[in-house]
Design a protein around this ligand. Structure first.
Ligand code: ADP
Ligand code: MG
Length: 369
């Protein structure tokens, strides 16, 4: 059995991980950390929930140099939620280490505050592409000391149309650097980007089946659009989720469903792109603190949402492809704990269900209420 130190991680860092209940590396960590500590470029493909964040965070922490002015590591990630999440993972570890200063840079957040923090000594920057480019164009951040560059969730970057921004950012990085690319899937355009900007990258691919979906029980509930809301309430009453994320297809549907749940007395809240940044952060915070029990969300807003204790994911509206299905249900059963994923299927959704079942190579159990 591999341990973090056997992969080359410092015993200091391993101790800190143990204090957080993390004892053994996951497969993607096992297969990338040794190369990353050698300073090699790595392209790692592994599903959501497999521990990709620590796979790059740990080598970064162990490779930070004491001296140096500007940021040494730059992590670019597609959404503010992910940026905040990575930052908080970094801070949890950094608390027990000395000399690690992380800054999150993302849109919707007060730029003056960011500027002030940038003036302090920061060695790790976690950023979304747009806001980082703002800073680069204003000359308020310099990337000339960056020796480690991470492109996190590269397939989502592509999906959100961030490729031009990414290229512009890369052009401002020192040529001598280590580049790490992490993604659930590697579409052609991501591969092309890697070929262009990485040096002899080592390819790591972790098979999906024994990772994300392993701890997740899946079921399908057949319904009609008209019955859906009542069936959902039945599900909530019967299954009594501790914490559940409920996915809707659109912002409007999420807002509407949340209002209906709230008016029936359910402890629910909404998370989607029509809300202000402050409002979204508040929704996530309250959910994390278990002040709300149900979070009604759209795909984009819930990307990367990693909340401990999510016992149920409910696809109120079925996702239209297998990848988002996996992303969504990956919100539960994270790293070893059991989760339940329930998907509502109306007659017109059957084709999507068939495609998902074909891709996952198995039929999902039907459940009668
Ligand atoms: P990904 O980026 O692959 O979707 P994350 O890095 O967000 O996944 O990790 C998913 C969850 O697994 C997080 O809650 C993280 O703290 C946890 N985790 C990561 N590595 C380990 C490990 N080695 N042991 C236990 N839990 C882990
Ligand atoms: Mg991730």
């Amino acid at each position: 059995m591999a341990t973090f130190t056997s992969l080359g991680i410092s015993s200091r860092l391993e101790e800190v991980l143990k204090q957080q209940g993390i004892y053994e590396p996951t497969p993607v960590q096992e297969q990338t950390i040794p190369q990353l500590l050698e300073g090699e470029d790595v392209i790692a493909q592994a599903q959501t929930g497999t521990g990709k964040t620590l796979a790059f965070v740990l080598p970064i922490l162990d490779q930070l140099q004491e001296e140096g002015e500007g940021p040494q590591a730059l992590i670019v990630t597609p959404t503010r939620e992910l940026a905040l999440q990575i930052t908080s993972e970094l801070n949890n570890l950094a608390e027990h280490l000395s000399g690690v200063h992380t800054l999150a840079i993302y849109g919707g957040q007060d730029i003056q505050g960011q500027l002030k923090k940038l003036n302090k000594r920061v060695n790790i920057v976690v950023a979304t592409p747009g806001r980082l480019l703002d800073h680069l164009r204003r000359g308020t951040i310099s990337l000339s000391d960056v020796s480690m560059f991470v492109l996190d969730e590269a397939d989502q970057m592509l999906q959100f149309g961030f490729m031009p921004e990414i290229k512009e950012i890369i052009k401002q990085l020192p040529v001598r650097r280590q580049t790490m690319l992490f993604s659930a899937t590697i579409p052609d355009e991501v591969r092309a980007l890697a070929n262009k900007y990485m040096i002899n990258p080592r390819n790591v691919k972790v098979k999906g089946s024994d990772t994300t979906l392993a701890g997740i029980k899946q079921m399908v509930i057949e319904t009609t659009d008209r019955e859906k809301q009542d069936k959902l309430k039945t599900v909530l009453d019967q299954f009594r989720p501790f914490l559940a994320v409920i996915f809707c297809r659109t912002k409007r549907r999420a807002a509407k469903l949340n209002a209906a749940l709230q008016s029936d007395g359910y402890l629910s809240d909404e998370l989607h792109g029509d809300l202000s940044q402050a409002r979204r952060e508040k929704a996530m915070k309250r959910f994390r603190e278990m002040k709300t029990q149900f979070l009604v969300a759209t795909d984009v807003a819930a990307r990367g949402l990693d909340v401990e204790g999510v016992t149920h994911v409910i696809n109120y509206d079925i996702p239209e492809d297998t990848e988002s299905y996996i992303h969504r249900i990956g919100r539960t059963g994270r790293a070893g704990s059991e989760g339940l994923a329930i998907t509502f299927v109306a007659p017109k959704d059957r084709k999507y269900l068939q495609a998902i079942e074909r891709d996952l190579k198995g039929k999902i159990k039907r459940k009668e209420l």
